[in-house]
Ligand binder design. Structure first.
Ligand SMILES: Cc1cc2nc3c(=O)[nH]c(=O)nc-3n(C[C@H](O)[C@H](O)[C@H](O)COP(=O)(O)O)c2cc1C
Length: 304
């Protein structure tokens, strides 16, 4: 393994860099820009039982230091994904992370039952308990430690695949939600999904997004994400995957010092599709210069 190899529980990745769900689809488009096999993994667009067209009208808005989206889980449905995209993701020679969304306890169980027969092609299931852009389920489940416990326990009883639980920052106490996931048998937590926000057009006095609110991502949310990773790192014994506002290799190192075993890159790929290539090169150089393996950084934070 090179100096960039990391482990997230039982899952070995050749690099800590994973493309974040919803910002890389299933890899088809980005593979035209660079060889995705340099990555630790790719997290699929959030999948649901049935296909979803997503929300209507304007669905993205830029801000000074990030963007808001209210895509609303547009996806072809899990059956279509299994038939048309899963083998493609596997062929990319990188970690295959399948992102699962739902509106209810039963939805999540059905998703696991559909994916379980294909477990040989999947490295981990990333369970989205945090999407702010749908009317029911997802974030409302992920904001309540009891519901998180119930859903994760249910999924745990149905699969031996690694369960990475992706949590929402739109809560007062992230530790208690993350701890519930761990207690229910999660293999890792992913911190964070987007923060709920609004942008108003001052001419019309209406929100720019037709869903009124959207999920805020990009550089502005990084300090919130780093704080949550640091807090959970002290409270949990399972690995953490950091996500939120990563733009360059220093951001990756910051997340790892805070306690992340791996990281996900989202909005940065939408701005500079090849940024993971530069980040990989810079991380390799950093490890060489400091004579370290990247994994040695995880959890080295010294609080005052
Ligand atoms: C356009 C867009 C679509 C997204 N769709 C999903 C999704 O389907 N499932 C999910 O778990 N997260 C989704 N996310 C959240 C990202 O995976 C990531 O958690 C978030 O954007 C924060 O990281 P970033 O600041 O690097 O973008 C989406 C984000 C964006 C910008």
């Amino acid at each position: 393994m090179s100096r960039l190899g990391v482990k997230v529980g039982s899952v070995s990745l050749k690099s800590p860099l994973i493309l974040a769900s919803g910002t890389c689809n299933f890899g088809h488009e980005l593979s035209e820009y660079y060889d995705l096999s340099i990555l630790g993994g790719l997290s699929s667009k959030g999948l649901t039982i049935r296909p979803r067209a997503g929300n209507e009208g304007v669905r993205v808005a830029e801000t000074y230091a990030g963007m808001l989206n209210s895509v609303g889980l547009q996806n072809p449905g899990v059956d279509y994904f299994i038939e048309h995209d899963l083998d493609y993701m596997r062929s990319l020679n990188t970690g295959v992370i399948v992102n699962v969304a739902g509106h209810s306890y039963d939805d999540y169980m059905e998703m696991i039952r559909k994916l379980e027969p294909h477990k040989d092609k999947i490295d981990a299931l990333e369970i989205n308990l945090s999407c702010p852009n749908v009317k029911a389920g997802c974030m409302s489940i992920g904001s309540d430690p009891d519901q998180v416990f119930e859903v994760v326990s249910g999924m745990r009883s149905l699969t031996g695949l690694p369960l990475w639980i992706k949590l929402t920052p739109n809560v007062t106490d992230i530790k208690s939600v993350a701890y519930s996931a761990q207690k229910a048998g999660a293999d890792a937590v992913v911190l964070i999904n987007t923060m709920l926000g609004m942008v108003i057009d001052i001419r019309t006095k209406r929100p720019v997004l037709h869903n009124n609110t959207g999920g805020y991502s990009g550089p502005a949310i990084k300090p919130v994400a780093v704080r949550m990773v640091a807090e959970c790192s002290k409270a949990l014994s399972i690995p953490i995957i950091g996500c939120g506002g990563i733009m360059d290799y220093k951001d990756v190192i910051e997340f790892m010092i805070a306690g992340a075993s791996a990281v996900e890159i989202g909005t940065a790929s939408l701005i500079h599709p090849t940024c993971p290539v530069d980040i990989t090169e810079d991380l390799e150089k950093y490890c060489e210069e400091n004579n370290i393996d990247i994994s040695s950084l995880t959890g080295t934070l010294q609080l005052w």
